[in-house]
Ligand binder design. Sequence first.
Ligand SMILES: Nc1ncnc2c1ncn2[C@@H]1O[C@H](COP(=O)(O)OP(=O)(O)OP(=O)(O)O)[C@@H](O)[C@H]1O
Length: 297
Amino acid sequence: MVSETMTTNTMTADPILKVEHLSMRFGGLMAINDFSFEAQRGEITALIGPNGAGKTTVFNCVTGFYKPTMGMITMRQKGGKEFLLERLNDFEITRDAKVARTFQNIRLFSGLTVLENLLVAQHNTLMKASGYTVLGLLGLPGYKKAAAESIEVARHWLEKADLIARADDPAGDLPYGAQRRLEIARAMCTGPEVLCLDEPAAGLNPRESLALNELLRSIRKDSGTSILLIEHDMSVVMEISDHVVVLEYGQKISDGTPDHVKNDPKVIAAYLGVEDDEVEEVIEEIEEIEGTAGGSH
Ligand SMILES: Nc1ncnc2c1ncn2[C@@H]1O[C@H](COP(=O)(O)OP(=O)(O)OP(=O)(O)O)[C@@H](O)[C@H]1O
């Protein structure tokens, strides 16, 4: 039988994103120190780790918000074209390399409607079709066609995100979980090959969390977009990820399938804040407590 780890790392090896020897220094602090990992095409890769481990810094390097102190970040599109992301500006990473992102804090245009938010996301395509002229905006058939297509793309993602009934409502009126899904739908309207999500489940209730899982799974299945996510909610990470990479103090401590990572003593130690050799003792204690709780029901 082929092990799960092999399925992820060997048999389907087709990395869309390769991070090699990444380091990021902030003054005297080495926030990321010689960190390498690969995200496979068509998979959901989660980056996890305790607070301050460096997850957001890695994200900011991948998406061009920070220029790394050292290291290489290669994005290989499905046609084979390669981009060295550390050399590009953030807007080029979105526009040319086709890496989209969402943020920890929701950044929607709250006064615009839900649909309008998705049309704004397609601004680049629409402006190109207008020939960048007012006349183009008013009369060019190419523009009209592009505008109709943009509405179609928006409708598609509104349906996927279960937001079609709210299309004409101001984005700011949506419940929190729906705003998170709208952000993801907006990122998808740019046609990304990699979607980077910064804590998409933060602040969601269990029902909203389930809706998010469903949306992310359908993105992977239907669009083939690869997803890289940072997430604290382990139920989301373990349920939807194909591959999990764990950071602690800016260095990789584990890398593999959710099952592999979940049972890795180094990861357990990092999350519990104990030394590696104390892990077994702590696990035994937890099992005892679980046994006692199970027995009392
Ligand atoms: N712009 C910055 N200037 C200085 N230090 C920074 C900067 N950004 C991050 N850091 C530091 O780098 C380290 C890693 O921070 P980062 O935000 O990447 O961690 P994280 O794993 O995303 O944490 P959290 O889970 O709390 O969001 C921290 O010690 C943080 O204080």
